[in-house]
Design a binder for this molecule. Structure first.
Ligand code: NDP
Length: 333
């Protein structure tokens, strides 16, 4: 690995100053469970990985409280602590973990270029994209006020804390329906808040949720706000907002789950990699390989279905192994 000044390519920078260029064998973009697992495997395979952590070092897990479903932690662990452990494990084997955000890429040549903070270019022989996805929120102030105190965007992660209680799930797609059904098995009652008078979810999932006795679908409702003393104790909904029959209702709940979709953090690679209509990076089935040789994707940025820390970690392992094999073949090992 070495550093040099790139006097030819100033794109992405201010017009005058040359950008510093650094060559690396394996660049990992993103620092959630997928990125860190890729780093641990890549470091142990002597790929000298360099990781850029991105906007949210540690990824989505740093915004959750207790993680109880990650194997190996019988007593559970907080999200931030788990990410500290993963970081320590990656660093222990020599991963170079850095602050910084990948802002654009050029995957058109044999060496893959990645701009960091528009200030520096990394020329990487292999790139592992593990930039995750961001859950969508409604944009209410109350979501921030009660974050971790009754508001969650992951029923599988947090549902267990609401056993025997009443909760609400917002959304009408497959995720919302799936999460409502999952929660119904744990809690006393689930209110599914749907903004239109129909669900977007697949027919089979619609049929399934209709059969669950403790799920009540509240049609044509939108959330006005949440209330409670420090923790969520209820929600206020608009019924038929914007119509002559508009009315407000307040319902007591303990948990408020958002399931209105995720945005995969893939914008910066879209010109070079295939993505689906939502933006999830497409990989060759059963692998982490994208359509560009030497560029791999793992974790939530390529997974619209499972989105769990443990599945992200598993796919990070796959990406590091795929990268190692790619580099071995390239160098004729
Ligand atoms: P979707 O985009 O499919 O659905 C989002 C839902 O949230 C819609 O019902 C939408 O309402 C609602 N919504 C969006 N914004 C708001 C808002 N501001 N207020 C209230 N409601 C809102 O996202 P999903 O995460 O459900 O699914 C993403 C993809 O993943 C889909 O292709 C889905 O099929 C797939 N998936 C597949 C699963 C499986 O196969 N097991 C499981 C989970 C997801 P509206 O309908 O009015 O637009």
């Amino acid at each position: 690995m070495f550093k040099s000044l790139n006097l030819d390519d100033n794109s992405g920078s201010n017009d005058k100053l040359p950008l510093e260029t650094e060559k690396v064998k394996c660049l990992i973009i993103g620092s959630g469970p997928a990125g860190y697992t890729a780093a641990i495997y890549a470091a142990r395979a002597n790929l000298n990985p360099v990781m850029y952590q991105g906007l949210q070092p540690g990824g989505q897990l740093t915004t959750t409280t207790e993680v109880e479903n990650y194997p190996g932690y019988p007593k559970g662990i907080t999200g931030p602590l788990m990410m500290e452990d993963l970081n320590a494990q990656a660093v222990r084997f020599g991963t170079d973990v850095r602050w910084g955000l990948a802002t654009k890429v050029d995957f058109s040549g044999s060496v893959h270029k990645v701009w960091i903070d528009d200030e520096k270019i990394i020329e990487a022989e292999s790139v592992i994209i593990a930039t995750g996805a961001t859950a969508k929120y409604l944009g209410m102030e109350d979501e921030k006020k009660y974050a971790g105190s009754g508001v969650s965007a992951c029923a599988t992660c947090d549902g267990f804390f609401y056993r025997g209680k009443d909760v609400a799930v917002v959304g009408g797609g497959d995720t919302a329906v799936e999460e409502a059904i999952y929660l119904a098995g744990l809690v006393n009652k689930v209110y599914l808040i749907v903004r239109r008078n129909e669900l977007r979810a697949s027919k089979v999932m619609q049929d399934r949720v209709m059969r669950v006795k403790n799920v009540e679908i509240l049609w044509e409702r939108q959330t006005k706000g949440l209330f409670g003393d420090g923790v969520v104790e209820g929600m206020t909904l608009w019924k038929k907002k914007g119509t002559p029959e508009e009315e407000e209702v307040s319902i007591k709940i303990d948990g408020f789950f958002l399931a209105i979709g995720h945005t995969p953090n893939s914008d910066f690679v879209k010109d070079f990699l295939d993505t689906d209509e939502v933006g999830y990076i497409k990989t060759i089935e059963g692998t982490s390989k994208t359509k560009v040789p030497g560029v791999f994707a793992c974790g939530d940025v390529q997974d619209s279905i499972y989105r769990q820390a443990v599945t992200a970690a598993g796919s990070g392992c796959m990406a590091a192994i795929d990268a190692e094999r790619y580099l071995s073949e390239k160098h004729g090992a």
